[in-house]
Design a protein around this ligand. Structure first.
Ligand SMILES: *Cc1c(COP(=O)(O)O)cnc(C)c1O
Length: 352
């Protein structure tokens, strides 16, 4: 740290992204990307857009916002597209959290929430998940803070149903409730249809997982017009051209090829079930995942050991050091072939 770093950030611990090895001989099951390439329509559209990189992109991203709105059955004015969903989360922390009644979220969840809370110097509360890693929604009633919930949650994959989310919304009428639906397409129920019923609801989604565009950096928020206006205030105060032309074009191409995305999601769901069954036969315990990853622990071999043995075998998974989950590994669901190799390696590790 230099002596010039602002006092505000001296204790900030930044988010640690999963490893992105340069050497792609790894089977990469550590950051929940899609194993499938982007849609051909996305690739073609991005290449055409590259020819206009001399010009600034449309700051309102009208074409893409319009297509997202049409796809999800909302109005364009209820959509804000961002540079990954991390950016809409950033905007939400900036827009809706005050210093003292800051933010609250589960103790085990997406690590970035805590980083944003620290970045903005907020007071925040980490609410413990139940013993089985599920969320007790009543813990969030009258939270007195902006609520952030990933649904399905990460890294557990456990989903809340829409009625449970509604209870949180009803019991926090004076605070925004952010539902992070990064993994919703793999088996959970979206809350997008509730935005006009609850003026305090912000739903965030991403093109990074189900839509095979993690490298494009594209996410979005869906909420009533008033909340979107507030988020736009932050956007236009930081980065008005937050979506580059190629990414906007690729996003549009992806949405025009909905069948491709749906087919890939079905494939992932099926391979997830196969993986869970195979892990179960080896004695692993998995949480009930509605996402594109499984969260698994072995009864006798430590999570850390499994992580490093897999790494030695050329397979990257994600291990978290936090006390409550250190026995687990989060394993992205890849292709069937990749998971067969994983299962074979795990058999060697657990039977040795
Ligand atoms: C992956 C992920 C995100 C953000 O992904 P982006 O690539 O920034 O869109 C947000 N929330 C959760 C829970 C995630 O797992």
């Amino acid at each position: 740290m230099s002596r010039f770093l602002s006092e505000r950030y001296r204790n900030l611990i930044p988010y640690t992204p999963g490893e992105q090895p340069r050497n792609m001989s790894f089977i990469k099951l550590n950051t929940n990307e899609s194993p499938f390439p982007p849609s051909d329509k996305a690739i073609g559209a991005a290449a055409r857009a590259a020819k206009e990189l001399n010009l600034y992109p449309d700051p309102e991203c009208r074409e893409l916002s319009g297509k997202i709105a049409e796809t999800l059955g909302v109005k364009p004015s209820e959509v804000l597209v961002t540079n990954g969903s991390d950016e809409i989360l950033n905007f939400a922390f900036a827009a809706f959290c005050d210093k003292t009644c800051g933010a609250c979220f589960p103790d085990i969840t997406y690590g970035f929430y805590k980083v944003f809370a620290e970045l903005y110097g907020l007071e925040y509360k980490e609410i413990p998940l139940k013993e089985d890693f599920s969320i007790d929604v009543s813990d969030y009633f009258g939270a007195g803070a902006t609520v952030f919930i990933a649904n399905p949650n990460a890294p557990t994959g456990i989903a809340l149903d829409r009625e449970q989310v509604e209870k949180i919304l009803i019991n926090n009428p004076n605070n925004v409730v952010v539902i992070d639906e990064a993994y919703v397409d793999f088996g959970a129920k979206s809350c997008v249809s509730l935005i006009n019923k609850y003026p305090n609801l912000l739903v965030t989604q991403t093109f990074s997982k189900s839509r095979s565009m993690a490298g494009g950096r594209l996410g979005f928020g869906i909420a009533c017009e008033e909340l979107i206006r507030d988020l736009n205030t932050i956007k236009y105060s930081t980065n008005p051209y937050n979506i580059n032309k190629m990414t906007a074009a690729a996003g549009l191409g992806t949405l025009e090829d909905a069948e491709y995305t749906e087919k890939n999601c079905r494939a992932i769901t099926k391979v997830r079930e196969y993986t869970e069954a195979a892990l179960g036969e080896m004695g692993f315990e998995c949480t009930k995942s509605a996402a594109n990853f499984v969260f698994a622990k072995h009864p006798t071999i430590s999570g850390e050991c499994i992580y490093s043995r897999l790494r030695d075998a050329g397979i990257l998974v994600r291990h978290f050091g936090a006390e409550r989950i250190k026995d687990y590994n989060r394993i992205t669901v890849g292709t069937e072939e990749q998971m067969k190799i994983l299962i074979e390696k795990l058999k060697e590790i657990t039977e040795a």
